[in-house]
Design a protein. Structure first.
Length: 221
């Protein structure tokens, strides 16, 4: 779980977006003005800031500059107006890492959030005696290296990155396969079975990758 700061003055966007991020397992501080966003972004430890450019008080560009000045490694994702190409360019110049144009699809924004969090995550992910090195594409159980297919590796990386949290099946299909996937999820079940076997998990009573019926999968760290 990551702690995020969301700054958006439109309650019709702020409320649903905060709830969507919380459903992803994050803790969200949501504010509606630039002054609060700048103060919290500088004073508190966040994994990511999602920042609307058109904020009252201080605008999003000034907030971005102030936060970037004090926290140079903190990822910042901007929300810009539909015709805000110049705003987006100015935002990137102010230190933002990425931007999403309104109106946006929720799935796209959540994917951008996950991408920024992955970039700022530790080089090696660990849960119990399982370690995953995304850059080197290597995974181990204790000192035993796993021989994984590309999809098995991506599935394990996603689960270990979210160890202790339930990852919905829909999210797994979107991230590991394709966001427009409409086919059967039996391919996921086959990959889970293979991954459990390679991890040394008992298929009849798994202790590493457990199924939360009707929801998704959880890696027990």
């Amino acid at each position: 779980m990551a702690r995020l700061l969301l700054a958006e003055d439109d309650e019709g966007i702020r409320g649903p977006l905060a709830r969507a991020l919380e459903r992803e397992g994050h803790e969200v501080d949501a504010v509606e003005d630039g002054t609060s966003a700048a103060r919290l972004g500088v004073d508190r430890d966040y994994a990511l800031v999602v920042l609307d450019i058109g904020l009252p008080g201080l605008d999003g560009l000034e907030v971005c500059r102030r936060v970037r000045d004090k926290r140079p490694d903190l990822p910042i994702l901007l929300l810009t107006a539909q015709d805000g190409e110049l705003d987006a360019v100015a935002g990137l110049d102010a230190g933002a890492d990425d931007y999403v144009t309104k109106p946006f699809r929720l799935a796209e924004l959540l994917a951008r959030v996950r991408a920024q969090l992955r970039r700022s995550a530790p080089d090696v992910l660990r849960a119990g005696d399982v370690s995953v090195d995304p850059a080197a594409r290597r995974a181990r159980v204790a000192e035993r290296e796993l021989e994984l297919t590309p999809k098995e590796f991506e599935l394990l990386e996603l689960l270990v990155r979210n160890a202790g949290l339930v990852v919905p099946r829909e999210r797994i299909m979107e991230e590991v396969w394709d966001e427009n996937w409409f086919g059967s999820t039996k391919t996921l079940d086959m990959h889970v079975s293979a991954l459990r076997r390679k991890l040394g998990d008992d298929a009849s009573a798994p202790t590493r990758i457990t199924t939360v019926r009707g929801v998704g999968l959880r890696f027990e760290g």
